[in-house]
Write a protein that binds this ligand. Structure first.
Ligand SMILES: Nc1ncnc2c1ncn2[C@@H]1O[C@H](COP(=O)(O)OP(=O)(O)OP(=O)(O)O)[C@@H](O)[C@H]1O
Length: 268
């Protein structure tokens, strides 16, 4: 069953009455409890696709097409309806978690505020949920973490807090846009493991964005390959990695293999 259908999505950037195509006529769907991976090189339009889906682009952009969620076209929904969907139904995890936190609030205040607003709970219950969420992320010293300000935590820890918050909102869809960009190499695996765990054990569908096919292959059921704002290729993981004859897909797969071989040679 599909939880999200994107039909003929087109995004244009308008500046001084000049139009520039950013995304051209792309269509795809996200299946229940599955992960759609979106892979493509920098500038291929991955982030823009997700921002357009969630109505996050300003008036410099013209967005056309259909984004069907729960029988409603999100692109036609009013601001209030979109805000509800964005906070609760479809939650986005950004590249750099630092930008998602208010630097003047402790993690505890931020989490309580988020839960009070989105789950309609009291502050006291908000704190309980905050503790529960960090425990779910295997953050054992959660009382220490709750007292900290964002700049006092590493990128990896902040991202795990972010994922914990997203989980407690019990969204139907989590959109993760290159979530390991600001995480140091040692913690990339930890953060990826959390996403894989969410996918396997929670009732959530996912869109996972990365420029790295290896990362996408680890977590995705279906893969969409983007190039220059259009879909270059789209299919199951098996099809994309093993069967597709698409030139750009083969280029990504071969580049990935070459990188692994080169890396292995360093250690021999
Ligand atoms: N604020 C903006 N104003 C105008 N054009 C933009 C803006 N942000 C991105 N673009 C353009 O939109 C296109 C797609 O960008 P997008 O950020 O979606 O790429 P991406 O695949 O997510 O790349 P990355 O992996 O580097 O984040 C690019 O050509 C980019 O130059």
């Amino acid at each position: 069953m599909d939880v999200l259908n994107v039909n003929n999505l087109t995004v244009e950037y308008i500046e001084n009455k000049k139009k520039q195509d950013i995304i051209s006529n792309i269509s795809f769907s996200v299946k229940k409890n599955q992960c759609l991976g979106i892979v493509g090189e920098s500038g291929s339009g991955k982030s823009m696709t997700c921002k357009a889906i969630l109505g996050m682009l300003n008036s410099n952009f013209s967005v056309k097409g259909e984004v069907m969620y729960n029988h409603n076209n999100v692109l036609k929904a009013d601001k209030n309806a979109i805000r509800k969907i964005r906070g609760k139904e479809i939650v986005m995890i950004l590249q750099n978690p630092m930008t998602a936190f208010d630097p003047l609030l402790t993690i505890q205040s931020h989490m309580i505020e988020t839960f009070v607003e989105n789950l309609q709970v009291t502050k006291k219950d908000g704190l309980k949920i905050a503790r529960e969420s960090l425990a779910k992320m295997h953050i054992n010293d959660y009382n220490e973490v709750l007292k900290k300000y964002p700049h006092q935590l590493s990128g990896g820890m902040l991202q795990r807090v972010m994922i914990g918050i997203a989980l407690m909102l019990e969204p139907s869809i989590i959109i993760a846009d290159e979530p390991t960009t600001a995480v140091d190499a040692i913690n990339v695996m930890n953060v990826m493991d959390e996403f894989i765990r969410i996918k396997d054990h929670f009732d959530t569908s996912m869109i996972f964005i990365s420029h790295d096919l290896g990362t996408i292959a680890k977590i995705s059921d279906d893969i969409l390959v983007m190039k220059d704002g259009v879909i270059a290729d789209y299919g199951t993981k098996q099809y994309i990695l093993k069967e597709s004859t698409n030139e750009h897909t083969r280029y990504l797969v071969d580049t990935r293999k070459a990188l692994i071989n080169q890396f292995n040679n360093v250690f021999v």
